[in-house]
Design a protein. Structure first.
Ligand SMILES: [Zn+2]
Length: 240
């Protein structure tokens, strides 16, 4: 019988697959979507209804009713501008790239110091995430009150770094009471998308890594819930 030789590229693929599996760690940065979860003041909570059950119907199916800004989600320019781009207008490669996570320090001078370092190091990542530890208030009324904010000068420095998106583990980049939405308008006018209600950022503070943030494929979306993963390679994992 003739023995078919497998091409060298096949073995190489197998090797790289296992090497990747052994040296890569993935962290989920999104809150689960569930009935009764925290929602922005005035936004309806998600409603989950049972349409079919395995015991009676042989299969299970639920219906979901959600705001486009439920849980961990991405804001598009269409959120605050009549002629703004909607999320579905961005090509898929927008949502995969390099990221840096910065601890959002309360003082303006400290925020600026880290951002200037990023600017001067010419390491401009595709995504800049802010770890504020505010996630610890998730599920309490305090979550939507007095959460950490970017200072205006920091926002301007971020604008000059031109990331594709910035993200935070707090409900918004503006105060709930500030209905002029100054930082939403500032960033979204520059085509910098906003990721809100992130979680799990603590181990990423001060690190560079790969980020995948995939919004639901909603047509003409002013925003959409997103599943977000940090992909860490062996360099990230070995660092203390
Ligand atoms: Zn939003």
């Amino acid at each position: 019988m003739l023995k078919r030789e497998l091409p060298v590229s096949f073995y190489f693929r197998i090797f790289t697959f296992f090497f990747y599996k052994m040296t890569t760690k993935i962290i989920d940065l999104s809150h689960p979507i569930a009935a009764g979860m925290p929602v922005y003041p005035g936004t309806p909570a998600p409603v989950v209804k049972t349409l079919a059950q395995i015991a009676s119907d042989g299969y299970r199916e639920d219906s979901l009713a959600l705001s486009s800004h439920t849980g961990t989600h991405i804001d598009a320019p269409a959120h605050v501008f009549l002629d703004g781009a909607s999320l579905d207008q961005y090509p898929p490669e927008t949502f995969l790239g390099t990221a840096f996570c910065m601890a959002l320090l309360p003082e303006e001078s400290l925020q600026l110091e880290v951002l200037r370092w990023l600017l001067e190091a010419e390491k401009a990542p595709d995504f800049i995430l802010f770890y504020t530890a505010w996630e610890q208030c998730w599920g309490t009324p305090a979550y939507f009150d007095q959460y950490p904010m970017l200072h205006r000068q920091s926002a301007e420095l971020i604008g000059s770094l031109s990331p594709r998106a910035i993200g935070i583990d707090a409900p918004s980049f503006d105060r709930v009471s500030d209905t002029a939405y100054p930082l939403h308008r500032f960033f979204l006018a520059k085509n910098i998308l906003l990721i809100e209600n992130m979680c799990g950022l603590k181990p990423l503070a001060g690190q560079f890594f790969t980020l995948l943030c995939a919004p639901l494929p909603l047509a003409e979306a002013d925003g959409a819930p997103a599943r977000i993963f940090a992909v860490l390679d062996h360099e990230n994992i070995e660092r203390p």
